[in-house]
Design a protein around this ligand. Structure first.
Ligand code: C5P
Length: 408
């Protein structure tokens, strides 16, 4: 597919917030228009300190929207129409302040009001001083936005206008334009596709009080479901008990046990792709006691009979004509990560295994980052250490690519 074709004719609402990188706004507008997109600009009061509305209106060929309560703007096109009229909202640069306002749902100017009033995809390109970027408040805000379906581009590492070096520089306009093109291309590839993702641990009751579970946080599975939904896939997430919020735009089925998870998964078929990121308990109590099991006097040891749980990944991988076109399993390994995962690919009959190192040193369980290897019958891709959100986005893009190749 010609890359430029997918961005041609797209209507981009570009929100420029306060930060020195705002001066790159006209260059970004020019590059997007060169590729055939139409760009309408919203400039915040802070943004207007760094770039002139005249420069933006000249390159965009449209007026620049700055006032929420402007008689003229509201009569011509109100803030609701601004987002209704767009295919995508892009905030570049996105200051720490506008990210915080987006998290809180503030709507005190035309930019934040358009962002609150939209159901269109939202992409942010953060730009700020390194300490503002690394501040816990900003990191929490960015994570919250990502879990609500906002796509982040960058920031990059480099020299900053404040004289410091580090993370926080806005991506270059050409990189943002390339990323938006890729975003539209992947959405086109995944539109009309259905995905199933499992996430979190399972919980296997022993009696009404006790249960068997594991340390899975659900962060990775939820991030994958969120990334697939951001790319326009109709996504169902079957999740065991986690503290993660339900990702925006995803149908979530909450379950506890492995057997409930299997039933819910089977109920969502047919799907085009299924990703099994849940840490399913291999065993459950042979008999769930109806009353609380009592400790007997003098008892210092006891035994619990366990029976094997169904293997959801293996079951769906061999579902005959209901088998998804692409089945992806996960392998959490503490040693010989790649060899063990490659064996699992065969044993389970899936197409890809995402292998991750869960040794204590890797800090994967419950952590925000993950080092994974994507294993298929064509070979092994070693991914660098990435946040779980980025692993989710990268996997969603690989899925888009694979489903398209398979149909060519
Ligand atoms: O065998 P192991 O548990 O290491 O395999 C991991 C993969 O298999 C994961 O994708 C997990 O979601 C899936 N699995 C499953 N049902 C089970 C056990 C694991 O779907 N009962």
């Amino acid at each position: 597919m010609d890359e430029c074709v997918v961005i041609k004719g797209k209507r981009i609402l570009l929100i420029i917030s306060g930060g020195i990188a705002a001066y790159k706004g006209p260059d970004l507008v020019r590059r997007l228009r060169e590729r055939g997109a139409s760009v309408r600009c919203v400039l915040t009061a802070g943004g207007a300190k760094f770039v002139s509305p005249l420069a933006l209106s000249t390159v965009s060929g449209d007026k620049v929207y700055q006032e929420l309560f402007s008689l003229i703007d509201e009569r011509e096109i109100g803030h609701i129409e601004l987002s209704r009229d767009a295919d995508i909202l892009v905030v570049a640069p996105a200051s720490a302040n506008i990210l915080a306002k987006m998290v809180q749902g503030q709507a005190d100017d035309i930019a934040t009001t358009a962002l609150l009033a939209t159901d269109k995809p939202v992409v942010v390109a953060p730009a700020m001083n390194i300490r503002m970027w690394e501040h816990a408040a900003t990191q929490v805000n960015v994570a919250a936005l990502r879990s609500r379906g906002v796509t982040t581009l960058g920031p990059a590492e480099g020299d900053m206008a404040c004289g410091e070096y580090g993370m926080g520089r806005m991506l270059e306009p050409v990189e943002i334009a390339d990323a938006l093109e890729a975003f539209f291309r992947d959405r086109e590839r995944l539109s009309g596709r259905r995905a199933l993702v499992t996430s979190g641990p399972t919980l296997e009751a022993i009696d009404p009080v006790r249960y068997i579970t594991n340390r899975s946080s659900g962060k990775q599975g939820h991030a994958i479901a969120s990334a697939l939904a951001q790319l326009g896939t109709e996504t169902t997430l079957v999740s065991g008990p986690t503290r993660e919020p339900d990702p925006t735009g995803v149908r979530v089925i909450h379950v506890e046990s492995a057997r409930q998870m299997l039933n819910a998964c089977e109920g969502t078929l047919p799907v085009d792709v299924a990703v099994f990121a849940a840490a399913v308990s291999d065993w459950r109590a042979a008999m769930e006691a109806s009353g609380k099991i009592k400790k007997r006097p003098g008892e210092t040891t006891t035994t619990l009979d366990l029976v094997e749980n169904p293997d959801i990944l293996a079951t769906i991988s061999s579902a005959g004509n209901r088998r998804p076109q692409l089945v992806v399993g996960f392998a959490a390994e503490t040693d010989d990560v790649i060899d063990n995962a490659a064996r699992k690919l065969e044993a389970k009959g899936c197409d890809w295994i995402v292998a991750n190192d869960i040794s204590k040193a890797a800090g994967t369980f419950g952590g925000v980052a993950n080092t994974v290897h994507l294993i298929s019958r064509d070979g092994v891709e070693n991914w660098p250490r990435l946040s779980k959100a980025t692993v989710g986005e990268r996997l969603a893009k690989r899925i888009a690519q694979r489903l398209t190749e398979a149909n060519d």
